[in-house]
Design a protein around this ligand. Sequence first.
Ligand code: FAD
Length: 384
Amino acid sequence: MDFRLKPEEEQFRESVRRFAGKHLAAGAHERAHASGYPWDVAQLMAKQGLLGITIAEKDGGQGGTLLDAVLAIETVASVCPRSADVVQAGNFGPIRVLAEYGSAAQKQTHLRRLLAGEGVISVGMTEPDAGSAVTDLKTSATRDKSGDGKGWRVSGSKIFTTHSAYADVFLVYVRFGPGVGGIGSVLIEKKDVRLGKASKFMSGEEWAQLYLDDVKVPEANVLLGEGGFKKQIAGFNVERIGNAARSLALGRYAYEAARAWALERKQFGRLLCEFQGLQWKFADMKMKLDAAQLLLYRAAANADHGLPSPEETAIAKAYCNQAGFDVANESLQVMGGMGYSQESLVEYCLRRCRGWMIAGGSIEILKNRIAEHIFERSFSQRPD
Ligand SMILES: Cc1cc2nc3c(=O)[nH]c(=O)nc-3n(C[C@H](O)[C@H](O)[C@H](O)COP(=O)(O)OP(=O)(O)OC[C@H]3O[C@@H](n4cnc5c(N)ncnc54)[C@H](O)[C@@H]3O)c2cc1C
């Protein structure tokens, strides 16, 4: 077993570091507090080959590994936390599900633009009455009897959709029939979606409720038909790896800021790093970050060019989410009023890490999955 990166991975990380230093360091603070999507960053990343890292070259990607994509997200976040979201959107999110399962025509229509940093795709799973219990979703796809009778009519609503305000295409989980087996997904363009009132998460990210009012969806826009739920969740595990990577990376960003602060700031005539009460906080933070990183790298490296294991992904995400939040929180404490102020990005990292404990499978739901692996049986969460 070798815990070091391969020389080509080191080289890749170094190239991302140089890119981030040159293009993303200036403006990192403003970007974190700006609304909208950083399209300029997306286009720069597209030119640098940082979108579609794990997508096959024949589909316009880089043909790299999931670990490469994790290294990219970590390295970018260490310079500009907000820009890590662009790496997420261009590699880990629904774009990867589209690349994995989409038809040639679907990829032709959407992937090129997404990989060029000219568009973004969102995933609409969550509904007002189907959060953790996502298989309770009600958004329906029923046969469209008009025309050639091959298309679908989609009706329902989605909430909390990241990038809903500026995505140009949505990967929407729908119900073709009853039960888990009846769930699949379709691609719906922005022009067919009615957006509700604009809202914001605590992180500052914008979202708006999506209303699908009897939307006409041609057969060609079905991504995964009836019975596609398992495949969708397998693809969604990639999104979870990106979510875990950002939790870890933003926790580490806050930690580095606090470390620098503790080496500079004096109280009672001594540097903060000389107080044992704070040294132990740093030791705890370092242990959490290192453990989280090992779990994340295990899940990503074992996926190689494929999809990550559900168990390793659940362990990595649950641990990184908690570690990222705990470390950002302790870093803020170490920096006192300065950590709590928008003068530093530590409070931003804390707010972002808090959301990832809920998004993409909450920590509790992931622990349920881990328990199922431990006992090799499923535990229904529903009443008898
Ligand atoms: C920042 C952010 C971004 C998001 N982005 C998207 C997106 O792009 N697309 C999308 O579709 N959705 C998105 N979501 C929604 C997210 O997937 C849901 O919020 C999540 O699945 C939880 O659902 P809920 O909020 O309805 O909480 P609920 O399901 O109502 O859960 C409430 C609490 O109960 C716990 N709980 C529920 N069931 C159990 C159980 N069986 N055992 C133990 N504990 C349980 C949960 O862990 C949680 O703590 C996002 C959410 C956030 C916060």
